[in-house]
Design a protein around this ligand. Structure first.
Ligand code: SF4
Length: 419
């Protein structure tokens, strides 16, 4: 759980984005720092109305980069429209879409589900926590101390909760948990019940899509073929898997106590590649874990290149109090910065290529959020974000499913025009 510092510039819409980021951070157990130099992560929510504003944003980003001992995250309009300017100025920042900031701040840990684990409807999105806790004991994780071993309600109970969300108007059901891949390990002799749960939820009558939240590679590996089959057979499931690998080195994974080996992660990816033509692999890497040697870092780079995830979170390692990793002798700040930068640059290239390949294709997009001005924001069948710039003018509404042609992209989402 991190201390964060957040600064916001520009219009009321941007301030609304900051409110949502802060809400998600506080729900995840993070709390505000008194000043940037006490923050584990500094967040700059930018604006880009005027050239003078751009210069101010670059100057402030440089100051925060120097002031904060932790990561700098740049988000907001300037980050999305001109993210490359921060790189050109050699500012060591993660450039992220607003929605991706809370995930980044998790620092490699799994999300903390809401304490009551009750489903919540937010707009057309229904959040369904399917279990609390995990089966791991990662050496850098503080979340585990708050949540403990996994406790899984029955499949029937979760299906009923999903059904009530659909009846209440949910068009997208987000299945969450610290580790959805080990759902059922406690009640089903160490075998995941996730495939069965997903099959059953997709059988519910109604028009909706289902997104599966973070699932660590170990739990997924044991059921990878069944899970890939469930994804291939159910159109309601977004073809999206978030399996955080964290390192390309088995030695580092062992020190992290991550349970999985690199090969198991690769086998999961290969199985999904064989079963699905169009899907999104999302994963996370921690840069600069205390025992990470240069050769380990090279293995992370090689793994990123080999598996080519379409969505990647890179986090620079930071110590969390009370964890075993906090007592390890750490790497220097510059080493962590350099490795994080190298991973982030490769990430930008791979993600950019994935979006570039989408240009000219037709996608079916479910609209779930208001964007800036007249725009509406949705996700295609592989959970890639697509913005329809004049969505409101066209009379489209949240919850609509629209066929679009992808016309262009930036570093974090694609632009689509209804066809
Ligand atoms: S899987 Fe690891 S990082 Fe995630 S909650 Fe469990 S111990 Fe923490």
């Amino acid at each position: 759980m991190a201390r964060y510092h957040i600064e916001t510039y520009g219009c009321t819409s941007n301030r609304g984005e900051t409110q949502q980021i802060e809400q998600a951070l506080r729900e995840g157990g993070h709390h505000p720092a008194d000043a940037p130099d006490e923050a584990d992560v500094a967040i700059l929510n930018t604006c880009t109305v005027l050239e003078k504003t751009e210069q101010n944003m670059l100057r402030r980003a440089k100051e925060l980069d120097a002031e904060t001992p932790g990561d700098l995250v740049v988000t907001g309009c300037m980050a999305l429209a001109q993210g490359e300017l921060f790189r050109e100025e050699e500012i060591d920042a993660e450039v992220l879409h607003w929605d991706d900031v809370p995930q980044h701040v998790l620092n490699g840990e799994c999300p903390t589900v809401t304490p009551d684990t009750e489903p919540v409807l937010s707009g057309v999105v229904g959040i369904l926590p399917i279990a609390r806790g995990c089966m791991s004991d990662c050496s850098y994780c503080i979340t585990k101390q708050a949540t403990g071993r996994i406790e899984s309600p029955s499949v029937e109970e979760n299906v009923e909760k999903a059904r009530s969300l659909v009846h209440a108007g949910a068009k997208e059901i987000r299945i969450t948990g610290q580790d959805t891949g080990v759902y059922g390990w406690d009640t089903n002799q160490g075998t995941s019940l996730l495939p069965e749960l997903l099959d059953r939820i997709c059988d519910i009558d109604g028009e909706f899509r289902v997104r599966v939240g973070m699932a660590n590679p170990k739990g997924v590996h044991g059921v990878r073929e069944e899970l890939a089959r469930v994804f291939a057979e159910n159109e309601k499931l977004y073809n999206f898997l978030h399996a955080p690998v964290q390192s390309g080195s088995d030695d580092v994974l062992a020190d992290m106590r991550r349970q999985h080996h690199v090969d198991e992660y690769v086998e999961v990816v290969e199985t999904f590649d064989e079963s699905l033509d169009y899907w999104t692999l999302s994963t996370d890497f921690i840069a600069g874990f205390p025992t990470e040697e240069p050769a380990d870092h090279e293995q992370s780079i090689a793994l990123m290149r080999e598996t080519r995830p379409e969505k990647i979170n890179v986090t620079r390692f930071s110590k969390r109090p009370g964890t075993d990793a906090a007592n390890m002798k750490g790497l220097g700040g510059q080493v962590k910065k350099d490795r994080s930068k190298e991973l982030s640059e490769l990430k930008m290239d791979l993600v950019g290529e994935a979006y570039e390949e989408m240009v000219g294709t037709e996608q079916s997009v479910l609209l779930i959020e208001d964007g800036t001005d007249e725009s509406l924001v949705g996700y295609d069948e592989a959970y890639r974000q697509v913005v329809i710039a004049d969505g409101e003018e066209r009379g489209l509404e949240l919850g609509d499913v629209v066929d679009v042609e992808i016309t262009s992209h930036n570093t974090v989402y694609a632009f689509g025009v209804p066809s």
